[in-house]
Design a protein around this ligand. Sequence first.
Ligand code: AMP
Length: 107
Amino acid sequence: MSETIFSKILRKEIPAKIAHEDEWTMAFHDINPQAPVHLLIIPKKQISTLADVQEEDMPLIIHIHKVAQKLAEAMELEGWRIVVNVGEKGGQEVFHLHYHLLGWTKE
Ligand code: AMP
């Protein structure tokens, strides 16, 4: 697959407000937030879309969900939502797998 802007964020060639980083993933704030908290959780492995995820990637997918839980807890979100857009018709603009974490804090 060809590189996207998220590859440059992973290599820290362009700035992002990074909220989490580990061996497998990075999470950073969306540049155009659609909720009070809007993070993108991405794998370091280059996978274009959720449709391309293979059986061997399942530990990574589980890990992304755990990262979402930890971030929601750390950011004291009262409610949150995970969104994954798949394909152009599904609203995907950046073809590097990413999980939108949309969150709402206590009023
Ligand atoms: P999608 O439409 O699911 O592919 O989502 C792509 C998301 O990436 C959008 O919500 C954009 O606002 C976000 N985005 C694009 N460029 C950047 C960037 N440089 N830093 C942070 N978020 C970005």
